[in-house]
Design a protein around this ligand. Structure first.
Ligand code: ZN
Length: 191
């Protein structure tokens, strides 16, 4: 097996305990794996560090879609028993076209987590000349897709990275306004 990150050849050698809890074979070597900083018991699975920064760059901007597999075990483990509806944060359609795949959706796909598309992104952040603060103040950044049942639903928003919380909180507010009974969130990374 060649590590997806450093390209060294390695032998996936699960420990005895991992044999019973691990569903997927590792795609990165132990040395790379140790560079990521896991967070226990929070709403994010990993801290943002230099290794994660490099990973995100390769995954999102160099469009290396195979890297969605790196965290599939962690995401699978974190979400598989959630009873709520899992709702990924979408890209704006212009960004989707440019990136060719939705990095947030792909993380869920690779982790075999069922999700429901409920949202559309209305504002293409990169085309706007305004500052982030101005955009947050005067635009509706997300809207609901038509015909999605939401009243009294329990929802978990899933996103790749929690930075200021602006994205998550605006979606939370939107879902509550439309009748969701509970809106939680989980992200891969805490910036
Ligand atoms: Zn490696």
């Amino acid at each position: 097996m060649r590590c997806y990150l450093c390209e060294r050849v390695f032998l996936p050698q699960p420990t005895w305990s991992q044999l019973f809890t691990t569903r997927y074979e590792a795609v990165i070597c132990e040395r790379c794996n140790e560079q990521f900083e896991r967070i226990d018991g929070g709403k994010a699975l990993f801290a943002y560090n230099a290794t994660m920064k490099d990973y995100l760059h390769r995954y999102k901007f160099l469009k290396d879609v195979a890297l969605a597999q790196v965290f599939r075990q962690d995401i699978h483990h974190a979400l598989r028993h959630r009873q709520e509806i899992i709702v990924p944060v979408p890209l704006h359609k212009n960004r989707l076209q440019e990136r060719t795949f939705s990095h947030v959706h792909e993380l869920l796909e690779q982790a075999d987590i069922m999700y429901t598309n409920m949202l559309m992104k209305c504002v293409d952040d990169r085309q706007s000349q305004k500052t982030l603060q101005q955009r947050q103040a005067d635009t509706k950044r997300f809207d609901l897709l038509p015909h999605v049942p939401i009243v009294n639903k329990r929802i978990v928003i899933f996103d790749d990275i929690f930075t200021t919380g602006a994205t998550i909180f605006s979606i939370q507010q939107l879902l509550y306004e439309h009748g969701a009974s509970h809106v939680d969130y989980i992200t891969l990374i805490q910036a």
